[in-house]
Design a protein around this ligand. Sequence first.
Ligand SMILES: [Zn+2]
Length: 305
Amino acid sequence: MPSCQGRATSSLIFSSTETVSSIETQQLALHDFIERHPRLLVLTGAGCSTESGIPDYRDADGGWKRVQPVFFQAFMGEPAVRRRYWARSFIGWPRFRHARPNAAHHALAYLEQQGRMEALVTQNVDGLHQAAGSTYVIDLHGRLEQVRCMDCELRLPRSQFQAELTRRNLAWQALDAATAPDGDADLEAMDFASFEVPSCPRCDGTLKPDVVFFGESVPPDRVRVAMAHLATADALLIVGSSLMVYSGYRFAQAAAAQGKPIAAVNLGRTRADELLTLKVVAPCARALGSIKRAPAGAAAEAGSV
Ligand SMILES: [Zn+2]
């Protein structure tokens, strides 16, 4: 991590290439950024939820950490890919469902309560912002707790779908998260042919999680609403996203085009590093946690993975 280059921290202006070494100094700079921009558009990504025990996809250089996630075209086109996806998801769902918000989610909910938030836009599909108390969240990539029929648009609660998966795949239920810590690695060598995936109960169509997969477009209406909020906001704060996916990067591009300052909290490189006014290189919960004293239980939640 580069040092502070000797710039007076009281100016609280950092160049795009500059990061500061101490977490406290970075927290102060972040607080100052938030203080000076009372109508923030906040964009969050996977890094915001890693401290809640939900793994992210990217390493510090923005590359894939593990095997690439399933792409939309493969999921829709290949029954074997769907079986493998749903088998992994079936095993990983209980842990995902039990994840709890961490100090970063609580801090962002607090900013909304203080009237400081123009909008909270998230690339995450875990619902943890809402669980922390944020009431106005644009779920850019949808929510994993819902399943959608790609043929007739029927929506099913994931809990109902999970029950059906369980009923049809009792032998698979014995595999738990301890067997497959990341919900997939240890399943890689398994034969998925026996995993039975139900089709739509109404039209027999293909069921898919109601989230935007890699290779799939974000619904344009959702983007328009988020962009309208950006136009009203006075700054963009990115929390835990490398912005490697265009659906997120375009907000940084738009903010820069509108001359709005951009801050980012992220442990690694972001695609927008050259556009940033402030870069905070720290875990999201640590960087944001001091914005407010976390509510009772939140500190324990933040640490539990
Ligand atoms: Zn259907």
